[in-house]
Design a protein. Structure first.
Ligand SMILES: Nc1ncnc2c1ncn2[C@@H]1O[C@H](COP(=O)(O)OP(=O)(O)O)[C@@H](O)[C@H]1O
Ligand SMILES: [Mg+2]
Lengths: 292, 462
């Protein structure tokens, strides 16, 4: 009873209202379907009606998104909107968090990721991941790259392993810088080199998809430029999903861009369209810097 | 007034001067327009006055008590009979001691010898004068110090710095006491060892294989020539420590891995303290557990296999010592394993590694330096352990690598050399210091290496 009276006595007209925020909130509540084209023809990975919960709390709401072959999909959005959470569904890294529960349908080449006969350990060899902070193992450069091939038994002798290591380092654009010191510890490299080492490490297990979670946020501009170049080259052989905080980076490296907001996928379109002609009010607010 | 009473009075004066100084500071502050206008807080001024009151008086009391006996006894010279001087230095000391005891027990009236009585009377008078003088001096110093400090309660006196400097100095002296004590122990062990090595050659000590420290007391005694070859002792120590580590390292490491990587939070919260309780059990309890339970069990088990196990064996002592050290190894390893960043585990999972592959090939190698450091600390603990070995491994200095036989260790020999009535300048007792020195050097090296390794590991992830 008391609360009702209290509510009546508040003069709402006195509260200053922010018109942009207000209409954005309205738009978000109305949002039920993603704007743009979240699906592609020959998709490498598909997700349909994906919901993710951390205990009671829902972090992802009904997301549909495809990642095509030979394309880079950028995921942008304010902090805490669920980009990492969604990305980690794609190789079931969320399994390592006990409270995390995923519903909906995710597939790789039509194979259900959460199906009974799919081994998450093998899945992660097919869908590699590069993390925000470079995380080389406390091993030599060589052993860092050789780690994956060794545990998956990809080589039958030392010469083959050498080939895989050299090849992966080449593809990651690191070989020329480290070829004289493959025995040095991985942690002795600079930040940018460490991140390229981590990319080489995931390439070495011959994945089909590479997921990158803000791979450049701990790097300086020059190292960032190298990685961006590298991503563009890797697109020839892999499907790539990249989470980024930098809209310029999304514009530079991706073909399609997905905008997330509070756990919902608001808009997906060709990168060019998203940045020059955003369809949804929320996307526009974020891109023009009115929200973030 | 006795010294204790004098100390209490001084402390009382200091308390009073704190209160007075503080209220004085308040009234000075009122004249100047509030506490804010003073350089320091009133309590700082109070503290300053209290310290100025107490410290000079305390210094005088301590100094006086240090030098009083020497000065007083030098005044006694004329009262000691000529005959005592003629008997030599020792008898003078004895005579003085005697008088001192008589005075302390208030037995002057009972003394028959008139010369002695006069000397004792003189001593009593001297002591009385001295303690009166001390009271007067100390109280005068306390009051003078306090009133000097009271005069300095002004707006611009830096009382806080003054107090902090004294506190700083006090802390430094506390720290140096610990260091100086250690240094003193090390030096005394060193000097006694040097004395030992003047009697027994250091080569024999380090390379000799026979340990039998009984030296002949009379020249005509047979059979106890005394030989001081420390090799059997060090070998015994190494054997027992090795057995202990064979038990402690696998169990400690495995339980650390379980606790850090597999155990759920509630299990971890219960198991970790439980394991650490093992470290709190007194070693003497482990000792009788080893001697009364483990050793007989080993012996009868050995008998069923047709092995002869002596009733005191290196195996029993080493195994129980290993159990004692498990929490050491597990808790240090658990700390370093949990300190390995989650991002490194994620990197491994992201490449399609299983949990056990991740632990074996990524987490443990990353934590290895820290684990090794922990193990080295545990080894130095094992080497220094005495009680379990005394009770379960025996005293026989056998030169053997057979864990089923009785052996003895360095620490056990130190204990047996020094317990009971001993003269402190025979080679036998001095040998204890030499053993102690060797032990100290070995464990010091181990600790330095271990701490260095652990620190290096910490730097890697900070
Ligand atoms: N391990 C976790 N446990 C509980 N909640 C989490 C966990 N990880 C993320 N969240 C929550 O999920 C939401 C999305 O987080 P995240 O995916 O990390 O966002 P982003 O990567 O877009 O910044 C946030 O509200 C965050 O608080
Ligand atoms: Mg994130």
């Amino acid at each position: 009873m008391n609360t009702a009276i209290a509510n009546d006595t508040i003069d709402t007209s006195l509260i200053q209202r922010d018109p942009v925020k207000d209409s954005a909130q309205e738009a978000f509540h109305k949002l039920t379907e993603t704007v743009g084209t979240p699906t592609v023809e020959n998709a490498k990975m598909r997700s349909r009606d994906v919901n993710v919960f951390y205990g009671e709390k829902q972090a992802i709401f009904d997301v549909n998104l495809d990642i095509g072959n030979n394309e880079v999909v950028a995921m942008i959005g304010p902090s805490g909107c669920g980009k990492s959470t969604f990305l980690r569904c794609l190789n079931r890294m969320n399994d390592t968090i006990p409270s995390c529960k995923v519903t909906g349908n995710l597939s790789l080449d039509g194979e259900d990721l959460y199906g009974a006969d799919l081994d998450p350990v093998l899945l992660r060899a097919r869908v590699g991941m590069v993390f925000q902070k470079p995380n080389p193992f406390a091993k030599s450069i060589y052993d860092n790259v050789a780690y994956g091939p060794r545990i998956h038994g990809l080589s039958s002798n030392r010469a083959e392993l050498d080939d895989i290591v050299v090849d992966s380092l080449r593809k990651a654009g690191l070989y020329d810088e480290v070829k004289d010191r493959l025995d040095a510890p991985g942690t002795s490299l600079s930040g940018g080199q460490q991140q390229r080492l981590c990319i080489a490490r995931s390439i070495a297990v011959n994945p089909e998809v590479i997921l990158m979670d803000e791979p450049c946020s701990a790097l300086d501009p020059i190292a960032t430029a190298r990685i961006e170049e590298l991503i563009d080259e890797l697109r020839q052989n892999y499907a790539i999903a990249i989470v980024t905080h930098s809209m310029q980076q999304a514009a530079r490296v991706s073909q399609r861009t997905a905008y997330f907001h509070l756990g919902k996928l608001v808009e997906v379109n060709a990168t060019n369209d998203v940045f020059t002609n955003p369809q949804h009010e929320l996307t526009e607010n974020y891109i023009t810097g009115r929200f973030g | 007034m006795s010294a204790t009473n004098l100390l209490l009075v001084t402390l009382g004066l200091a308390l009073a001067s704190f209160a007075y100084g503080r209220s004085r500071a308040y009234s000075v502050a009122r004249l100047h327009g509030g506490v804010r206008s003073m350089h320091s807080l009133p309590s700082h001024y109070g503290m300053m006055v209290a310290l100025w009151c107490a410290l000079p008086a305390l210094a005088i009391i301590v100094g006086w008590k240090l030098f009083e006996p020497a000065v007083v006894s030098s005044f006694l010279h004329d009262y000691i009979p000529q005959s005592v001087y003629e008997a030599g230095e020792k008898s003078v000391d004895l005579y003085k001691n005697d008088i001192g005891n008589l005075v302390d027990s208030h037995a002057i009236a009972d003394i028959q010898d008139p010369e002695k009585k006069a000397a004792a009377q003189q001593l009593a008078n001297l002591q009385h004068t001295s303690s009166l003088a001390l009271v007067v001096l100390a109280l005068a110093a306390a009051i003078a110090g306090a009133s000097l400090a009271l005069k300095r309660i002004k707006a611009n006196t830096r009382a806080r710095q003054n107090v902090e400097k004294i506190v700083h100095f006090f802390l430094i002296s506390c720290a140096s006491i610990a260091i100086l004590t250690t240094l003193g122990i090390v030096l005394s062990v060193l000097f006694e060892s040097i004395r030992f090595f003047q009697e027994v050659s250091i080569i024999e000590f380090i390379t000799g294989t026979k340990w039998s420290p009984q030296t002949a007391i009379r020249v005509d005694q047979v059979g106890s020539s005394g030989s001081f070859g420390a090799v059997p002792l060090f070998l015994g120590t190494m054997l027992i420590s090795f057995i202990a580590m064979v038990v402690a390292v696998p169990f400690g490491l495995m339980s650390a891995i379980y606790l850090a990587e597999y155990a759920s939070r509630p299990v971890r919260n219960i198991c970790k303290p439980l394991l650490e309780i093992l470290a709190g059990i007194p070693t003497v309890v482990y000792g009788f557990f080893a001697a009364l339970t483990v050793a007989p069990a080993l012996r009868s088990f050995g008998a069923t296999l047709g092995l002869s196990v002596s009733s005191e064996s290196a195996l029993a002592a080493g195994a129980v010592m290993g159990i004692m050290i498990i929490p050491f190894v597990s808790s240090l390893s658990d700390d370093v394993i949990t300190a390995v960043p989650q991002s490194m585990r994620d990197g491994s999972y992201g490449l399609g590694a299983t949990k056990s592959e991740t632990i074996r090939k990524v987490v443990i190698p990353a934590a290895l330096p820290g684990i090794v450091g922990g193990i080295l600390l545990a080894v130095s603990r094992a080497i220094g352990e005495t009680m379990i070995v005394v009770m379960a491994a025996g005293l026989a200095a056998n030169l053997t690598a057979n864990p089923l036989e009785a052996v003895t260790t360095v620490t056990v020999q130190i204990v047996t050399l020094l317990t009971g009535d001993q003269e402190f300048d025979s080679a036998k007792t001095l040998a204890a210091f030499a053993l102690g020195l060797m032990l100290f050097v070995v464990t010091l090296c181990l600790n330095v290496i271990a701490l260095h390794v652990v620190r290096k590991y910490r730097e890697q992830y900070e």
